[in-house]
Every structure is written in structure tokens, then in C-alpha cells.
Design a protein around this ligand. Structure first.
Ligand code: BES
Ligand code: MN
Ligand code: ZN
Length: 502
């Protein structure tokens, strides 16, 4: 029996925090001094618990720390959670997002129905968005297959962002409205990524994509099945998919603004969706192989970024391409030594069937160019080498265009989804040249993340292209304790990249 996922809603109000009725009232506290006037007023009304906490050294406002106290009838809310915001000068949108997440997670664990968020700082709209996103993120649990797990947490949670200053309410509301869209998209991505490979196959993923598009105004979805992929000569996707009983798919999602001109940019977002990566004939070691259900995370990030984009309506035409296959060993699998003719006509010698992500991405990237996309961003759990190089907190970013790098870095700063620029020089491409075909699919011992990017760059020539390697952040989920598994990395980053300041 499957449990119902939690319902999370977010509102903004200009209520007096002391009179605000809630199961939990979360209050932001800086390391250096209290916070805003509203916080100080609530603390005073309660008889200065914050002073006692600080004197005892139990709570100092450090980031990611909290202290729970009971209001004993002095406030309308039953409980108060002081949430550390760190140093006041360093308090940015990401600090607010994390504080809201910590509050929402504790609210969820105590089965609260409502949580008030009195967490101030910075630009009102940006704060509203970050708080809404953080509340969604923190309240999330993945427990649909654990009997009774839904009884141990809130069934539904309403987070209310309390604007301390009535003049800022309109801006906070506007930001929160965006944050609800991006936060919900991120959580939906987490659920799909967390589902196992016996549930999510290329075909069921395509059915989900169709469902998402049917429910989202302005978003269209078409799916190419294995016959249509063969007709289009998508040799890379077909080769990877041929070893599985679950045949491959290519999903296309399309958002077009109401009015377009010749100047309207046409952007492709391409996401790797390997529903399970056993390695194929070049099979992986058994330990940890279960994590390879997350190898579809890039594609799922694209799916839900497309939903958020269609809801936010930027002035850009966007095509989401999601190649999907299951990489299994079997009598029909592709093998080391095979030479594959990919969609662009470029031939690839297979050296390792476990380097399958680039084989499905190369077809989708080349196809995006035939659709007229001049800017292409791909996102993929592509290489273990990227994790070795930079760990689980940042995605690798490679690109052939400085402007695109700057845009993605700006989106990264705004969303708190961190990236790190890695090289993609000609020498890495050189390492991918084959003696029997145009390219080979592995590049030797060193810099595996860079040689993989070098391979992809060959299919993006003529377009501005960037590649996000999310192997570390997409698979190990950056160590979230309350909701282990997918963190839906990339949904907010891609949405912010396309929608800019919107
Ligand atoms: N999906 C994996 C990459 C991966 C590894 C993601 C670990 C997350 C955690 C990818 O398909 C893969 O197997 N890459 C190989 C490439 C190699 C054979 C050139 C790798 O990284 O070992
Ligand atoms: Mn692989
Ligand atoms: Zn893979």
C-alpha cells in the first residue's frame, strides 16, 4: 500500500507574530544581536528565553542550529523554534532558505498543521521566494512505501511567512508565489527520482511527463518510442536501451511564450534519464549499485524545470529533451568494441558500456540543434570522476561559452544550487578520438569528468553549450538527514537560468 505524500502549502501575511495562531512559530536569530523588531518583541513577551539560552550557551544563533521553547500561553502559538541565521552581514537568501527548511522539517516531525515563519533579512521578494522554497524543501519526506510512515508526520502543513513590515507584504507575496512554483517542482522531482527502477522505466517516466504536461497550461509533451527513435536513427539511445526489456524513449517538452519575435531566444534543456545504470556488459561492482536508480535525476530535473518555466512564463522558447533508457547486461546488450552511428552521423567506438550517459545525451544534443536551439544546457549524473574531483556539494560546470558560464553562475548564486567551473579544453576532446571510429566513449585514466564533457562538446558545435555534471549532488543527495535520497538538484537552477530575475 502506498502512502499519500504530504500536502505542503505556503502563504504570506502581515500578522502580529505574538498573536499568530500556529502549532509552531519559527523565529530567526542572528549570531550578533537579536533580529528585527518583531522578533525582539516576541522574545520580550515570552520573558526573554533567548537571553537565557544565550547565557547558558545552549543557542547562539549559529547557522543550522535551533532551540525549541514553549510559549506557556504568552503567545498564540504553542511552541517557538529559534532558528540560527548566522552573522547578520552574511545572511543571504540561501541562509533564509536553509532556516525555513529546518523549521519546516521540525514542524513536520512534530505533526504540526501550521508553522509561522518570522525570518527576516535582505530583499523582500528574494526573501519571500527563498522562504517558500525552504519550507517546501524541509517539509518533504519520501515515505510512500513504508507502512504507517505517514502517521508519524504531518499529513498537511501550511507555512505562513510573516512579513514584519506591512509595506513589504506585496513584495514578499510576489516572491513567495514564485517560490511555491519552484519549491513544489523540486519536491515533485525528488519523488520521481526516489522511486525505484521497477516502478520508473523509460515508458512510465514518459507517461509521467505526459501527465505533467497535460496538467500544465502552456506545456506540451511528445514522446518518441523505440520505433520512432529507429526511424530518426538515434543510434546512441537505441544502443544503450537494447539490453533491457524496458525499451528506451525520448521525451520532448515544449514551452513557447504567447508572443515571439525573431529575437526570442530558443533554449534546449537536455537531461540524462537512465532509469537504472548497472553498467551493462561492463557491469558495475555490486556495492552501492542500488543508488543507480538515481541515474535518471538529470532528466527529471529537466521535466520539472519545464513545468516551473511554463508556470512562470519567461520570454524565451524552451525545449526540454529527456533521453531515457535502462542500462542492463543481456543477450541483446551493446558491447565493448561495438561501433555506433549516432544521430548526427558521428560514429562512436564503445570501450565501456558503463559510459552510457554520453551515448544518450549526444543524440539529444545533436537533435536539439536540428530543432533550432542556439543555446543548449545539459544536466546529467555523468561521471564518478566529477565526484572524486569536487565532492557532493557542487555540480561540475563545463562550457564552450563564457557568457553562458556567467549566466549559470548567476543562477547558481540566486538559487543556492552550487556549481564549480571545470575545464573542457581541446586536449580532453583529443583523448576521446578513436582509431576505428570518429570518437570513443571513454578517455583514459585522468580527468574523467572533463573528457566526458569533451565528448559531449563535439555534438554541440555551432551552439552555445554548457554541461552540468550532477553525479555528486544528484545521487548522494548532499547528506540530507530528514529526507535521504534525491534533493532535486537542478530544478531551481535551470528555472532561474531561463527565467532570470523573474
Ligand atoms: N551514472 C554513472 C556515473 C555516476 C557514478 C553517477 C557514481 C553517480 C555516482 C555513469 O554512467 C558512469 O558509470 N560513468 C562511468 C564512466 C566511465 C566508465 C568512463 C564512471 O564514472 O565510472
Ligand atoms: Mn554508467
Ligand atoms: Zn550512468
Amino acid at each position: 500500500m502506498k502512502n499519500r505524500m504530504m500536502d505542503i502549502s505556503v502563504k504570506a501575511a502581515a500578522a502580529d507574530a505574538a498573536a499568530f495562531k500556529a502549532d509552531l512559530l519559527a523565529i530567526g536569530v542572528f549570531e550578533d544581536g537579536c533580529c528585527c523588531a518583531a522578533t525582539a518583541a516576541v522574545n520580550k513577551k515570552m520573558g526573554d528565553p533567548l537571553g537565557r539560552l544565550k547565557r547558558l550557551g545552549d543557542f547562539e544563533g549559529k547557522p543550522q542550529t535551533t532551540a525549541l521553547v514553549y510559549s506557556d500561553g504568552k503567545l498564540a502559538a504553542a511552541r517557538v523554534l529559534f532558528v540560527g541565521l548566522g552573522e547578520k552581514a552574511k545572511c543571504d537568501a540561501q541562509a533564509l532558505r536553509k532556516a525555513a527548511a529546518a523549521a519546516a522539517s521540525q514542524a513536520t516531525a512534530m505533526k504540526a498543521k501550521t508553522v509561522g515563519l518570522l525570518l527576516c533579512g535582505g530583499d523582500a521578494a528574494a526573501a519571500g521566494q527563498a522562504l517558500a522554497e525552504g519550507a517546501c524543501f524541509g517539509a518533504y519526506r519520501y515515505d510512500e512505501y513504508i507502512a504507517g510512515a505517514d502517521k508519524k508526520r504531518s499529513a498537511a502543513l501550511t507555512a505562513v511567512i510573516l512579513a514584519a513590515d506591512e509595506k513589504e507584504l506585496a513584495a514578499v507575496k510576489k516572491g513567495a508565489a514564485v517560490g511555491v512554483i519552484t519549491g513544489a517542482a523540486q519536491n515533485a522531482a525528488r519523488t520521481l527520482a526516489n522511486r525505484p527502477a521497477n516502478v520508473i522505466t523509460p515508458a512510465t517516466l514518459a507517461a509521467e511527463a505526459k501527465k505533467v504536461a497535460a496538467k500544465t497550461r502552456g506545456l506540451r509533451c511528445t514522446v518518441l518510442d523505440e520505433k520512432q527513435l529507429a526511424a530518426k536513427k538515434m543510434g546512441g539511445i537505441l544502443a544503450v536501451g537494447q539490453g533491457s526489456q524496458n525499451p528506451p524513449r525520448l521525451m520532448l517538452l515544449h514551452y513557447k511564450p504567447a508572443k515571439t519575435t525573431a529575437k526570442t531566444p530558443k533554449i534546449a534543456l537536455v537531461g540524462k534519464a537512465i532509469t537504472f545504470d548497472s553498467g551493462g556488459i561492463s557491469i558495475k561492482p555490486g556495492e552501492g549499485m542500488q543508488d543507480m536508480k538515481f541515474d535518471k535525476s538529470g532528466g527529471i530535473a529537466v521535466l520539472y524545470a519545464m513545468r516551473a518555466i511554463a508556470q512562470l512564463k519567461p520570454n524565451a522558447e524552451v525545449i526540454g529533451l529527456i533521453p531515457s533508457a535502462e542500462n542492463l547486461p543481456g543477450g541483446k546488450s551493446y558491447r565493448p568494441g561495438d561501433i555506433i552511428t549516432t544521430f548526427s552521423g558521428t560514429t562512436v567506438e564503445i570501450q565501456n558500456t558503463d559510459a552510457e550517459g554520453r551515448m544518450i545525451l549526444c543524440d539529444a544534443i545533436a537533435y536539439a540543434k536540428t530543432l533550432g536551439c542556439k543555446t543548449i544546457v545539459d544536466v546529467a549524473t555523468l561521471t564518478g570522476a566529477c565526484v572524486v574531483a569536487i565532492g557532493t556539494q557542487r555540480a561540475g560546470l563545463m562550457s564552450n561559452d563564457e557568457g553562458l558560464i556567467a549566466q549559470l553562475k548567476a543562477a547558481s548564486t540566486a538559487t543556492g544550487e552550487r556549481v564549480w567551473h571545470l575545464p573542457c579544453d581541446d586536449e580532453y576532446v583529443e583523448a576521446m578520438k578513436s582509431k576505428v571510429a570518429d570518437l570513443k566513449n571513454t578517455g583514459g585514466k585522468w580527468a574523467g569528468a572533463c573528457t566526458a564533457a569533451g565528448f559531449l562538446s563535439q555534438f554541440a558545435e555551432g551552439a552555445k553549450w554548457a554541461h552540468l555534471d550532477i553525479a555528486g549532488v544528484g545521487v548522494w543527495g548532499a547528506g540530507e538527514k530528514d529526507a535521504p535520497g534525491s534533493i532535486g538538484f537542478g530544478v531551481r537552477l535551470l528555472t532561474a537560468f531561463v527565467c532570470g530575475g523573474k
